[in-house]
Design a protein around this ligand. Structure first.
Ligand code: CMC
Length: 429
């Protein structure tokens, strides 16, 4: 007999089914709670609420475990490429070499932007946030392929996924070039995914930028570790928007907006700003820790809703930052040393240990991006490029699930009781 939980309210007892996931995670299924009892659950920030069943990514926050489709993040970071990892997330399995080659060809065919879409970049101010531009242009992208608003067949979904995966880096690089007043550099189909992106970012019409292979490897790694993280804020946004049967382009554009915030994908900007303040002497490490403890500021790049021990992505990126800096000859990037000092101070302080606050994915990622020459305002954009396969995979999982219902939470209303309307001339100031 399947296990149930009992909920007693007054004289009534309600039996609620218990759902067990493939890794033993347990949930009380409250689907029929309101119908049976008239009660709803109240869980601000959804810290205890499972919004769906998902077969994409597994996180065990207590043990610091992260797996995409069953594969440990450490293995993928060491052995896979971003495109292969993206295919794993989006299509469910690691590709054969033929499948990967075919998908790479498709990405190559999709990397250019329609000339009319290019005009969009002229309309944004140079100071415009690249996240706003990315979100707007990704949403606009759908208007150039309205046939892909409907992706019922696997072929159409594959094409829509490839369009997004390929064009996102072109859009991101064009937004950057526009922001610094440099000419747009078109993609070069012969180059790999990351190499091509760095080419569009840094080449000049008269001089091709040749990145070091260590830089390409570091970018691959950065994108792999950002590729998915189950029901985080932006992924949940994509799923929520998609649940209304909004198309993939619109749903992903919404995810980019959700990622933008400082508590999510914008945290990597906050980390670098803090490290730079310390570098400039505006703040010392002990002062920073004190400000955090007295709740004047948050330590960006620390803490996580799910991880209550080390974020495995932070470990991977920390190692990669050291490796990249050494390879690039920047052994002494002062920000890396400051980050280490800040981490040590935090991890030796009961404020952080007591609350189980550890470095998260954003703590060291900015150091890698800086070493690659990516400017700070582009950091969340880089996160978005990495997270795109996860958003696509989650949107598709929900779209194909026959049990999906529109996401429509309830609330507990705490506003005024019914009131009489007063005509404007009778209102007192
Ligand atoms: N600095 C200082 N105090 C913190 C921090 C932090 N970074 N994170 C959590 N706390 C405190 C929080 O104030 C609370 O203290 P108290 O018990 O005294 O009220 C306690 O720790 C528990 O935290 P919480 O409020 O329950 O945490 P949450 O799960 O609601 O928020 C978080 C998670 C990631 C938004 C938060 O840790 C945070 O704001 N971190 C800084 C921003 C950041 O690095 N974001 C990136 C997250 S990982 C990548 C991503 O998803 O984008």
């Amino acid at each position: 007999m399947s296990e149930t939980a009992k909920l007693i309210i007054g004289d009534e007892t309600y039996e609620l089914p218990i759902v067990v996931g493939s890794e033993g995670e347990r949930a009380i299924d409250t689907t029929s709670l309101r119908q049976d009892s008239g009660y709803i659950t109240l869980d601000p920030g959804y810290a205890n609420t499972g919004s769906c069943k998902s077969a994409i990514t597994f996180v065990n926050g207590e043990k610091g475990v992260l797996r995409y489709r069953g594969y440990p993040i450490e293995t993928l970071a060491e052995q896979s490429s971003f495109i292969e990892t993206a295919m794993l997330l989006i299509f469910g399995e690691l590709p054969t070499s033929q499948e990967r080659a075919d998908f790479r060809t498709l990405l190559g065919e999709q990397e250019f932007l329609h000339t009319d879409l290019m005009h969009h970049f002229e309309g944004f101010p140079a100071s415009g946030s690249p996240m706003a531009i990315l979100s707007a242009v990704i949403n606009s992208l759908g208007t150039f392929s309205p046939d892909l608003y409907d992706v019922v067949t696997p072929d159409r979904f594959r094409l829509a996924a490839a369009k997004l995966m390929s064009k996102v880096r072109t859009i991101a690089a064009f937004a950057f070039r526009k922001s610094i007043g440099r000419p747009i550099i078109y993609p070069n189909t012969k180059l790999g995914y990351c190499h091509n992106f760095l080419h569009m970012m840094f080449s000049m019409p008269y001089q091709i930028f040749e990145p070091r292979y260590e830089a390409i490897d570091a970018l691959e790694l950065f994108l792999i570790v950002h590729a998915d993280h189950e029901q985080n804020c932006s992924c949940s946004t994509v799923r929520m928007v998609g649940s209304s049967e909004a198309n993939l382009f619109a749903s992903v554009a919404s995810g980019i907006c959700a990622l933008w915030g400082r508590l999510h994908g914008g945290a990597n900007v906050g980390v670098i700003e803090t490290l730079q303040r310390i570098q400039k002497g505006e703040l010392t490490v002990p002062e920073c820790i004190e400000k955090v403890k007295t709740k004047q500021i948050k330590l960006m790049g620390f803490g996580h809703r799910v991880y209550k021990s080390f974020d495995p992505r932070a470990k991977i990126l920390k190692r990669a930052a050291h490796k990249l800096l050494a390879a690039m000859g920047h052994k002494h990037d002062p920000l890396l040393a400051i980050a280490q000092e800040l981490e040590d101070a935090a991890l030796n302080d009961p404020y952080f240990t007591g609350r189980k606050l550890y470095p998260n994915v954003d703590f060291y990622s900015g150091i890698i991006l800086r070493a690659l020459g990516i400017p700070t305002p582009m950091f969340p954009v880089m996160f978005a490029i990495g997270r795109l396969p996860g958003w696509i995979a989650h949107w598709n999982e929900e779209f194909r699930d026959p049990t999906t219902r529109i996401h429509r939470p309830r609330q507990i209303y705490v506003g005024p009781h019914v009131r009489e309307y007063v005509a404007i001339e009778n209102r007192k100031g």
